[in-house]
Design a protein around this ligand. Structure first.
Ligand code: FMN
Length: 270
C-alpha cells in the first residue's frame, strides 16, 4: 500500500526529519533507506553558515537539546549532492531557511529547476539561530511562505515552531500558499546550553497541540517530535497526520525506520 503526501506516493509514512542525518552522504554510505518513505536533508541556506560555537548538543532526561545553529555549506555545495539524491530509491524533499525574503526566493528559484527534488520544507522555526525564527510572528510566516510560493511550483511544507494557539501561526502559512505543514520543530529549552529540545520529552506536548488543531485545520500534516516506535507513529496518524517524521531516534538506532516500519505493518494488518 502506498501513502499519499499531496500527490507524492510514499512507500511508507515514515520520513527522515531534517537535521539528524545531515545531508545524507555519510548515512546512506552505510545504512539503507529501508523503512523510509521520504528523506529531508538538513536545512540548506543560501550562503554557508558556520553555526553556533560548541557545545552544541546536550542530553536531558528523555530528550536532547541542540544548538547547531543551521551549520551547513550553502546551496552551491548542496547542489553537488544531485548524484546521491538521484540514486536513492525514495523521494527527497529539500529543507531551506533564509534570513531574508530575498534569500528564500533565491533558494526557491534554484530548487524549482531540480527535477530530482519533490518539494521544499520551509524551515521557519529554527529555535537556535538569532533573528531567524520567523515562526514567532504570524505576518512573517505569511510573507516568507508567500515569497517562496511565488517562485516555487511544486510542493511546499512550512515547518513551524510549537506555540500556544497554533492556529494563529498556521493560518498565515495557509494564506501564504503552503500545501502542507510540518508540525513541529524542536521546543525552545535551556540547560547548560540554550537550544531546541527534541526526543521523547516533547511528544506529549505536540500531541496536545495536534489535538487542538485537529478539527480546525484541513491541510496535510507531517508530524514531528519524539517518535521512537510504531505506537508513536500511530498516535500521530490517528490525529490526522499524513506522514510522520523521525529525528532524534536515529541517534539511538540508525536502523530505527526499518524497525518501526516492520512493527507498524503488524499493527496495520491486524
Ligand atoms: C541535531 C539536530 C539537528 C536538527 N537540524 C534541523 C534542521 O537543520 N532543520 C530543521 O528543520 N530541523 C532540524 N532539527 C529538528 C528535527 O527535524 C525535528 O523536527 C525535531 O528534532 C523533533 O523531532 P524528534 O523528536 O523526532 O527529533 C534538528 C534536530 C536535531 C536533534
Amino acid at each position: 500500500m502506498g501513502w499519499d503526501l499531496c500527490g507524492i506516493e510514499l512507500k511508507t509514512p515514515l520520513v527522515a526529519a531534517s537535521g539528524p542525518l545531515g545531508w545524507g552522504e555519510e548515512f546512506f554510505e552505510i545504512f539503507s533507506t529501508k523503512g523510509l518513505g521520504l528523506f529531508i536533508p538538513k536545512t540548506v541556506t543560501f550562503n554557508p553558515k558556520i553555526g553556533n560555537p560548541p557545545p552544541r548538543i546536550e542530553e536531558t532526561i528523555g530528550g536532547l537539546i541542540n544548538s547547531i545553529g543551521l551549520e551547513n555549506d550553502g546551496i552551491y555545495k548542496w547542489l553537488k549532492l544531485e548524484p546521491l539524491y538521484r540514486s536513492l530509491d525514495i523521494p527527497v524533499m529539500a529543507s531551506i531557511a533564509g534570513s531574508t525574503l530575498d534569500e528564500i526566493s533565491r533558494l526557491g528559484e534554484i530548487i524549482n529547476n531540480l527535477d530530482y527534488i519533490v518539494g521544499i520544507e520551509l524551515n521557519l522555526s529554527c529555535p537556535n539561530v538569532k533573528g531567524e525564527n520567523w515562526s514567532n510572528n504570524p505576518n512573517s510566516i505569511f510573507e516568507a511562505t508567500e515569497s517562496l510560493r511565488k517562485v516555487y511550483n511544486k510542493l511546499i511544507f512550512v515547518k513551524l515552531a510549537p506555540k500556544d494557539n497554533p492556529v494563529l501561526y498556521i493560518k498565515p502559512a495557509i494564506d501564504g500558499g503552503t500545501d502542507g505543514l510540518t508540525l513541529f520543530n524542536t521546543f525552545p529549552a535551556s540547560r547548560t546550553i540554550n537550544g531546541g529540545l527534541s526526543g521523547y520529552a516533547i511528544r506529549p506536548i505536540y500531541v496536545r497541540l495536534l489535538k487542538e488543531i485537529k478539527d480546525k485545520i484541513n491541510i496535510p500534516i507531517m508530524a514531528s517530535g519524539g517518535v521512537f516506535s510504531a505506537s508513536d507513529v500511530l498516535e500521530y496518524l490517528n490525529l490526522g497526520a499524513s506522514a510522520v517524521q523521525i529525528g532524534t531516534a536515529f541517534f539511538k538506532d540508525p536502523d530505527i525506520a526499518e524497525k518501526i516500519w516492520n512493527e507498524l505493518n503488524v499493527f496495520l494488518k491486524s
